[in-house]
Design a protein. Structure first.
Length: 61
C-alpha cells in the first residue's frame, strides 16, 4: 500500500507541473488530449486507491 501511495503522490506532483503549463498545452490539441487522459487516469487511480484503503480500514474493525 505504501508503494501505491507514493505512486499516487508522484503522479499528482507531475500533474501539477503540467498544470503549471496548461496555457501552452492547451494550444496543442494532441498535447491537451494527452493531458486530459492523464488527468482521468490519475483521477481513476485515486478513487480506486481510496476505495481499497477504505475497504482495508473496514476490515480492521
Amino acid at each position: 500500500m505504501k508503494k501505491s501511495k507514493k505512486l499516487l503522490q508522484l503522479l499528482n506532483q507531475e500533474l501539477l507541473v503540467l498544470t503549471d503549463h496548461i496555457e501552452e498545452i492547451s494550444k496543442n490539441p494532441e498535447a491537451f488530449a494527452l493531458y486530459c487522459h492523464a488527468l482521468k487516469l490519475v483521477s481513476d487511480f485515486t478513487v480506486k486507491f481510496h476505495n481499497i484503503q477504505n475497504d482495508e480500514n473496514l476490515k480492521i474493525y
